[in-house]
Design a protein around this ligand. Structure first.
Ligand SMILES: C[S@@+](CC[C@H](N)C(=O)[O-])C[C@H]1O[C@@H](n2cnc3c(N)ncnc32)[C@H](O)[C@@H]1O
Length: 245
């Protein structure tokens, strides 16, 4: 495992990184939420700079699912609200108040909180979106369990995932291992692991769409999504329905 020396903080300007942050020695005690708060502006700026084509390809993939989704919609881990705004999601939850402020400025109704313990009554939403968020929550099982609780019967979850087996997942995993200050807080799951988590929390997969077949550092156009899972895709959308009881 590669590590940077203690006290060494190097900036990351790699276009493949959603987070331009810095590298810290693995093991440094640091609050995840504080990290999201402190780099909120950098994170948000990425979407208009290096991340522009990646974001547009990911939005195209997410749009493939929209017509099948019951309302109201919520995005859990809404961040700065870029995806919510592009997809027409009007409610968002996030533990970072800095990011929520940006989401609010994009017209999203925001709630401060964690996916593991959401401040909503049972059965109030039709669809819960998680866009590059399941890898950052403390417990994906509890979070998906909470999603099942707050969804109505017939409700759906939509997961935007960077899978561990993809070239992008492998890059982010390497950066996590070298102490990247955002990715060190992420756990990258495989497609099979997420399928298992969904099953265990009462969801069944109805549709999978893949995009971002261009490799990290080589993105030069917006991609059209392909149906089904592919380990070569840097971003996949899973639509899963809440099993009826
Ligand atoms: C990679 S960002 C994704 C933000 C947004 N969905 C997007 O794609 O731009 C991950 C988000 O997860 C949020 N997050 C971290 N821990 C969380 C938790 N336990 N529950 C819900 N969201 C969490 C972070 O604050 C951050 O906004």
């Amino acid at each position: 495992m590669k590590r940077v020396a203690t006290n060494q903080v190097s900036t990351v300007g790699n276009s493949s990184n959603r987070f331009k942050g810095s590298f810290f020695p693995v093991g440094m005690v640091e609050s995840k939420v504080r990290v999201f708060d402190s780099l909120a502006s950098d994170y948000d700026a990425w979407f208009e700079e290096e991340g522009r084509l990646i974001f547009a390809s990911e939005v195209e993939a997410l749009r493939q699912a929209l017509s099948l989704l019951p309302k109201p919609w919520i995005e859990v881990g809404v961040g700065s609200g870029r995806f919510a705004q592009a997809l027409g999601i009007d409610i968002g939850l996030d533990p970072s108040s800095k990011l929520l402020e940006m989401a609010r400025n994009r017209g999203i109704s925001v709630f401060l909180g964690r996916g593991e313990e959401m401040p909503f009554l049972d059965g109030v939403f039709g669809t819960a979106f998680f866009v590059v968020t399941l890898c950052f929550v403390d417990s994906p099982r509890e979070t998906l369990g909470e999603a099942a609780r707050l969804l109505k019967s017939g409700g759906k979850v939509v997961l935007g995932m960077v899978f561990r087996e993809s070239p992008w997942g492998q890059l982010y995993q390497r950066e996590k291992e070298t102490g990247h200050n955002f990715y060190r807080h992420a756990t990258f799951y495989s497609h099979a692991e997420v399928g298992m988590l969904l099953k265990q929390t009462g969801f069944s997969i109805e549709k999978v769409v893949s995009t971002l077949f261009q490799h990290p550092g080589e993105v030069n156009h917006i991609e059209l999504p392909r149906q089904g899972f592919s380990a070569d895709a840097g971003f996949a959308v899973i639509l899963a329905g809440k099993a009826s009881v």
